[in-house]
Design a protein around this ligand. Structure first.
Ligand SMILES: C[C@](O)(CO)[C@H](O)COP(=O)(O)OP(=O)(O)OC[C@H]1O[C@@H](n2ccc(N)nc2=O)[C@H](O)[C@@H]1O
Ligand SMILES: Nc1ncnc2c1ncn2[C@@H]1O[C@H](COP(=O)(O)OP(=O)(O)OP(=O)(O)O)[C@@H](O)[C@H]1O
Length: 293
């Protein structure tokens, strides 16, 4: 095999709670993760030289060692002493710096792909550990589906599939750095913590409406203050018939879940033709039948 083509899916956080700040600056989290149908295409080709080259459809993305796919390939090459080079073609559709783990998902695809291409036969634990070196969301992006994520994102517990629904993604035209959001989070008594255990219970009972009642993201306390557009999108999603609306990850993307196709399509049209959403996608949940790991 000389090449491999993969789909790298985006995630949303159905619940995001921060338990405490660790001494190293990272935060201990409890999150419910969900893969959605929006994906980037990642093609990896073995070459006749020793270098890593990256090509992407987005001119503003780095193609050097600052791209997470480059980092993932370099990590594999160095760790397993591989001299052969690779060329990676990245066709991006997932909004960048959006809270949808686009870069992390691309990196996970490269780890998985190179494990296959170079016949490394790495055990799951080893791939997950390599993933964590690249970013807190990368291990989850290898597992995919519905999962509980704890620690800084490395303690993963697969969950039963979240009940089926429509997902509307609305990203306003602002960029938010994950690091900035965590650094500015104030964990005081005023913070409203989502009830992650109640969401877990509802998922086990396949209770869509029961689950969404408990959704919440503590990182909104940082971003909605600074960017009121996030709150406006959340409100408009509810007015358009969403059964819940929430910011994903560190934002600024907001998602709405719908139990009716008609409402979801009407809301899609509303945001597509409106001013608040720069990038708008109507998709669904993605439950992989074939897991990366
Ligand atoms: C916001 C989420 O996307 C939710 O899924 C993740 O918690 C962030 O995952 P990520 O973007 O893969 O995070 P990394 O690339 O490892 O870290 C980016 C920055 O976020 C902060 N960070 C990240 C994860 C975490 N549990 N605590 C943190 O404080 C750190 O300051 C770090 O400098
Ligand atoms: N393959 C990649 N795809 C997207 N961004 C990348 C990639 N490699 C490096 N980056 C850089 O990483 C930054 C964050 O990108 P990304 O799209 O992964 O953020 P995110 O969706 O907020 O991730 P998360 O939800 O994990 O916080 C961007 O500023 C971008 O320049």
């Amino acid at each position: 095999m000389n090449s491999i083509k993969l789909k790298a899916y985006a995630k949303i956080n159905l619940g995001l709670d921060v338990v405490r700040k660790r001494e190293d600056g990272y935060h201990e989290v409890r999150m419910i993760m969900q893969t959605i149908g929006l994906y980037d295409k990642v093609s990896i080709l073995r070459t006749n030289n020793t270098s890593i080259t990256v090509k992407t459809n987005l001119p503003y993305l780095p193609t050097d060692e600052n791209n997470l796919v480059y980092k993932a390939a370099a990590l594999i090459k160095k760790t397993y002493n591989i001299s052969q080079g690779v060329h990676i073609i990245l066709d991006k559709k997932i909004p960048v710096a959006a809270g949808l783990a686009g870069g992390s998902s691309n990196a996970a695809a490269v780890l998985y792909g190179l494990n296959r291409l170079f016949h490394l036969r790495l055990p799951k634990e080893e791939l997950l550990a390599l993933g964590l070196k690249l970013g807190a969301d990368v291990p989850y992006c290898l597992i995919r589906g519905t999962a509980l994520s704890e620690g800084i994102g490395e303690k993963l517990t697969p969950l039963p599939p979240f009940p089926s629904c429509y997902v509307l993604i609305v990203k306003p035209g602002i960029n938010v750095s994950t690091r900035y959001v965590y650094e500015n989070l104030k964990l005081n008594e005023e913070i409203d913590h989502p009830d992650i255990d109640a969401i877990l219970l509802a998922i086990k009972e396949n209770d869509l409406h029961g689950a969404v009642k408990h959704f919440g993201n503590v990182l909104e306390t940082v971003t909605t203050k600074e960017y009121p557009v996030i709150g406006e999108i959340k409100e408009q999603l509810i007015n358009a018939g969403a059964i819940t609306s929430l910011m994903s990850g560190s934002g600024p993307t907001v998602f709405g879940l719908f139990d009716s196709k008609e409402n979801a399509e009407r809301a899609f049209y509303h945001f597509k033709t409106g001013k608040l959403g720069k990038q708008v996608y109507l998709t669904g949940l993605f439950q992989p039948s074939l897991k990366f790991l």
